[in-house]
Design a protein around this ligand. Structure first.
Ligand SMILES: Nc1nc(=O)c2c([nH]1)NC[C@@H]1CN(c3ccc(C(=O)N[C@@H](CCC(=O)O)C(=O)O)cc3)C=[N+]21
Length: 285
């Protein structure tokens, strides 16, 4: 029997615990606060930002949505970030990616205070992660580790294969798995004989943005398959990077799309926002 790794159910369970933490923090005079900046009017980004806002509100986290027009200049955006960096009531700052053309994404990421960089994209946090030091970790890989932990899957010694080398998923995923004693192989669009590599995986994490590219013949029977994709197929249906119908019967465990990695990403953002806010309790006293 294939285990469906239910990200929605797991996120809900983790959020019940987190809500209690938020209540305790508020009683100590600290209201966790997350600022999300959205530049322009990309419809997909608007949906994610709305989901984050809803989740924050339901937990009692203060959620600031800062919507800026697509004509916003880089200098204006950096100015808004500087204000949020200086505001001691703000714990986490997230600038929704992608940004409109003409704005230098790295300049924006690097302008966020590393302590408030709740996305974990700042090079300081990336360096901390690869050095196995405490810091903020990118939400999607953090959420995948939390999902595996919830299902009591120990990755130590596993052959983990990652397909996709992005800064927001593939690379931080590799670092986290390595920190948890997996043997990690990174693959990407230039990898030769990809199926040979993926077939060696005990744990396969796919984040390519190519709809349903991982087919049953690329998966070892019994493997754990994590699908980070959020794509539309030719029929306009929301699908992942994994051919779910074909792969699920072969896999030992698999995440669905939707209801897998996506809800865990948002949960992770909330968990790390609250973790940053916790530090303020000590600063106050
Ligand atoms: N600075 C930044 N940080 C991010 O974390 C970030 C970003 N930019 N840009 C875009 C991606 C994408 N992302 C998702 C979050 C939640 C779902 C999610 O909740 N998905 C649900 C529902 C999806 C649906 O029904 O449309 C699910 O998979 O079940 C998906 C995708 C965060 N991202």
């Amino acid at each position: 029997m294939t285990t469906v790794l239910d990200g929605k159910k797991t996120a809900d369970a983790l959020m019940t615990d987190l809500k209690n933490t938020v209540t305790t923090l508020k009683a100590q005079g600290v209201t966790p606060a997350l600022a999300v900046i959205l530049v322009g009017d990309d419809p997909a980004s608007a949906i994610y930002v709305r989901n984050k806002h809803r989740r924050a509100e339901s937990l009692g986290i203060r959620s600031l949505q800062i919507q800026l027009p697509k004509t916003t200049t880089q200098a204006e955006l950096l100015g808004r970030i500087a204000d949020l960096n200086a505001d001691s009531a703000i714990d986490g700052i997230l600038v929704q990616l992608p940004l409109p053309a003409g704005i230098d994404e790295q300049a924006v990421i690097q302008s966020i205070s590393p302590e408030k960089d709740v996305d974990g994209f700042h090079p300081i946090n990336v360096g901390r992660l690869w050095t196995n030091l405490p810091g903020v970790v990118a939400s999607t890989p953090y959420g995948i580790m939390a999902l595996l932990a919830y299902y009591q899957i120990d990755v130590s010694g596993m052959n983990a294969v990652i397909v996709g080398r992005s800064n927001i998923v593939g690379r931080p995923m590799a670092a986290l798995l390595l920190n948890h004693d997996a043997t990690v192989t990174m693959t990407h669009s230039r990898t030769k004989a990809l199926a040979e590599k993926t077939r060696a995986a005990d744990l396969l994490v796919v984040a390519t943005g190519r709809p349903e590219m991982i087919t049953a013949d690329m998966v070892k029977p019994g493997a754990i398959v994590i699908d980070v994709g959020m794509d539309r197929n030719a029929a306009g249906k929301l699908v992942g990077d994994v051919d779910y119908a074909g792969v699920a019967p072969v896999a030992g465990a698999i995440t669905p799309v939707p209801g897998g990695v996506g809800p865990m990403t948002i949960a992770s953002l909330m968990i790390q926002t609250v973790a940053i806010a916790k530090r303020r309790v000590h600063e106050q006293q």
